[in-house]
Design a protein around this ligand. Structure first.
Ligand SMILES: Cc1ncc(COP(=O)(O)O)c(C=O)c1O
Length: 472
């Protein structure tokens, strides 16, 4: 564009100079300042016009390249695996695929949403088409406040915030409790969402340890050392995805008193609160709080078996004078955070009420499957199943020293797919390379088939007696 402009200017000078000479000849032989000024104005106008038309030409002739995205620092590890790693693996197409990766209950025939829930929702279509209040529909929040109240905690609608799934409220709470550069304390083994949010927001992550031999309770000594460093909040998953563990009231209370000692707010993800097996009982952190701040995040996704309806909620426990600023901040962020649509919100009381009537039976079904799963792998060398107390997952521990050529959970997952066409998630995606995670909601024959094929797979890779002796 610049050479073009010079060319235009020189052209213009040549034209105007000859014009100027003509003028002088006609008017007088002396230099005429008015003519010079006239010329300069002409020059300026000509330059402006040509400059503008050049700019326009260059803009309209510019080609689309790819658009540079903002700096997205993270992807949820399990999504990265499903979207980027798995497509590079060639499964054994001679065997029927078994896919036990995603915690989406509706894809398993026994865990589809109940007709009652579908009827409730279809009745509401057309009934609630306007906006709700920014924190979510008031009647729905009143209902939840009552459902989550206890003798100690008399909650009101102001203690409840709705979000687009449990994901939505976890995100909102994260924004309200931590700034970029702060540190938050997360479990070493976890559903990757909170870690992904933290990394993306440039919030530092410290991690507390578990005691796998004590049913995956928190290592309290380790937790205390980390709480003493005063993170902005500490996050717990109870019941746990991926571990399937459910903690006793005593253990939850021990954790709460440590967090209280160091004055660290507690955020809990209790989305699996409805899927509890007969060997355990669910104890909410919120209900056991004695006054310290606890923000319970939960939702309808797993208790109603309809994650696509995106009904999530946060419940705020704690002495009003301590949590008032956080509730105010949540109210502010509610003005731009997403919720599920009004039709689903206003039916929440009926939907949740109905879910109480069937989720117990669904938990029994899930527990039955967990048992089938355990039996299918009983006595298998090299691996052992951790018995879940709730949720829809079981983890299989891998003893690498018993394998010839499997050195990581990634190895295990890729080889299992290549050889047996079985799809599971490796533990490293959740922060622990010593296990794989399996969704146990599929039909019992599928779980038995999983056991048979996995056993054959293990036998092909295990160190045999004579190899063991040689190694000695
Ligand atoms: C532990 C945990 N928290 C949160 C979520 C997200 O829940 P929602 O679908 O309600 O956003 C999931 C979904 O699988 C989960 O497993």
């Amino acid at each position: 564009m610049i050479p073009q402009l010079f060319f235009q200017i020189s052209l213009f000078w040549r034209e105007s100079y000859s014009c100027y000479l003509d003028l002088i000849q006609v008017r007088s032989t002396q230099t005429d300042f008015k003519s010079v000024r006239f010329l300069l104005i002409l020059l300026f106008l000509r330059c402006t016009v040509s400059c503008y038309s050049e700019m326009e030409k260059s803009l309209t002739s510019r080609k689309w390249g790819t658009i540079k995205p903002a700096d997205i620092k993270t992807l949820r590890t399990e999504r990265h695996w499903l979207e980027n790693v798995l497509p590079t693996v060639k499964p054994n197409a001679s065997k029927t695929p078994l896919t036990l990766t995603i915690g989406n209950p509706v894809i398993y025939s026994a865990f589809e949403p109940e007709n009652t829930a579908l009827e409730i929702l279809s009745d509401s279509i057309g009934e609630a088409t306007g906006y709700t209040s920014p924190g979510g529909d008031i009647e729905c929040r009143k209902y939840l406040a009552q459902a989550y109240s206890t003798e100690t905690w008399k909650l009101t609608e102001d203690d409840i915030f709705l979000g687009a799934g449990c994901n939505g409220v976890l995100n909102q709470i994260h924004h309200v409790l931590a700034d970029p550069g702060d540190t938050v304390l997360l479990p070493k083994v976890l559903f990757p969402l909170m870690k992904a949010i933290s990394i993306n927001r440039e919030v530092n992550v410290d991690e507390y340890e578990f005691l796998p031999e004590k049913n995956w309770e928190v290592n309290l000594k380790d937790l205390e050392e980390r709480l003493a460093k005063k993170p902005k909040f500490v996050y717990f998953l109870n019941p746990s995805n991926p571990l399937g563990s459910v903690w006793s009231a005593d253990h939850v209370s021990e954790i709460l008193s440590l967090a209280n000692k160091y004055k660290v707010p507690v955020v809990t993800d209790e989305i699996y609160e409805g899927l509890i097996f007969s060997n355990s009982s669910f104890n909410s952190f919120g209900k056991l709080s004695k006054g310290q701040p606890v923000f319970v995040c939960s939702g309808y996704s797993k208790m109603g078996l309809a994650p696509g309806w995106r009904l999530g909620w946060a419940v705020c426990y704690g002495k009003p004078e301590i949590i008032a600023p956080i509730k105010k901040a949540l109210a502010k962020t509610s003005l731009y955070s997403l919720k599920c649509n009004s039709a689903v919100q206003v039916e929440l009381p009926k939907l949740v009420e109905a879910s109480f009537s069937y989720i117990k039976a669904k938990s029994v079904e899930a527990e039955k499957r967990a048992k089938v799963f355990e039996e299918a792998l009983e006595g298998c060398p090299g691996i052992s199943v951790f018995k879940p107390s709730g949720t829809m997952f079981a983890i299989i521990r891998i003893r690498y020293d018993e394998f010839v050529d499997i050195k990581s959970s990634r190895d295990f997952a890729i080889k299992l797919l290549e050889e047996e066409n079985i799809n599971i998630l490796p533990g490293h995606l959740f922060g622990d390379d010593d296990f794989i995670r399996v969704v146990i909601l599929d039909d019992e024959e599928v779980l038995r088939e999983f056991g048979t094929r996995t056993r054959e797979f293990v036998m092909r890779h295990i160190v045999r007696g004579e190899q063991k002796n040689e190694a000695k």
